[in-house]
Design a protein around this ligand. Structure first.
Ligand SMILES: Cc1cc2nc3c(=O)[nH]c(=O)nc-3n(C[C@H](O)[C@H](O)[C@H](O)COP(=O)(O)OP(=O)(O)OC[C@H]3O[C@@H](n4cnc5c(N)ncnc54)[C@H](O)[C@@H]3O)c2cc1C
Length: 219
């Protein structure tokens, strides 16, 4: 049980909505594509950026709360929603900046594959992600990420240049080949086990729209 004054103090430190059972928006926020999952977190924090994520990790640690992280919510096992703990909901963090000269994209981890592709395609660029556009970029990438263009460009994780991550001691670190390289190695395939990733930088390739699907001929 978390007392009301601690909860109100937490609310004041988070810019996004902090939802408890019976509040407007709570049921929508805990609903994920797999309708068999019906879990009820004690608190859902809809984060707006890294500062909110830091506040969530600190609060969870101080109150010994179970934490789940929601990106796109596409884990079939429903790992993004916990029972009775704090659900750190990143699904409203959808900022993305494409640099067409360097062919890179800096993307917040609430983006879905379709939203990411839409922005990179504005520059005729793409990277390899997955095959279903509503999947989250973060869960998919951190677990490896197998997609349509893997034969040419490898896994999604092979195309990550850098990651911003909030660790369990509520520090925001940048991990890449030069900074925190061991953390960078762990993140690429370690899924949610090394911290909460707030932003990923990807390598992009020149690639326009690709037409796919079945072709049917008259008999
Ligand atoms: C319909 C469907 C199609 C799929 N297609 C593909 C595919 O083509 N290729 C492929 O490789 N995989 C595919 N997957 C698997 C998918 O990549 C994983 O389920 C992935 O975890 C989904 O990511 P998400 O962000 O949507 O998931 P969520 O359910 O939001 O998160 C799942 C787990 O990932 C971790 N996580 C998510 N975000 C973060 C973060 N920011 N920081 C740290 N940890 C985080 C957490 O542990 C979280 O519990 C598919 C799944 C489905 C249901």
């Amino acid at each position: 049980m978390i007392d009301n004054s601690a909860l109100e103090k937490f609310r004041a430190t988070v810019r996004g909505a902090v939802l408890c059972p019976d509040q407007d928006g709570y049921d929508v926020a805990r609903t994920i594509p797999n309708a068999m999952i019906d879990r009820r977190p004690a608190i859902i924090a809809r984060c707006t950026g890294a500062a909110d994520v830091i506040a969530c990790v600190r609060f969870a640690r101080e109150h010994d709360l179970l934490v789940s992280i929601r990106g796109g919510g596409h884990s079939v096992a429903g790992k993004s929603v916990c029972d009775g703990g704090l659900m750190v909901d990143l699904s409203t963090m959808k900022g993305i900046r494409v640099d067409p000269t360097r062919r890179t994209a800096q993307a917040e981890t609430g983006l879905t594959l379709g939203e990411f592709d839409r922005e990179t395609q504005a520059f005729g660029l793409a990277t390899t992600l997955g095959v279903v556009s509503r999947t989250g970029i973060a869960g998919l990438t951190l677990g490896g990420g197998w997609g349509h263009m893997h034969a040419r460009y490898g896994l999604a994780v092979d195309n990550v240049i850098s990651a911003d991550v909030v660790t369990a001691d509520d520090r925001l670190l940048t991990a890449n080949a030069n900074e925190n390289a061991d953390l960078f190695w762990g993140l690429r395939g370690g899924s949610g086990n090394f911290g909460i990733v707030t932003s990923l930088e990807y390598r992009l390739y020149e690639r326009g729209p690709v037409l796919g699907g079945a072709v049917f001929h008259p008999t």
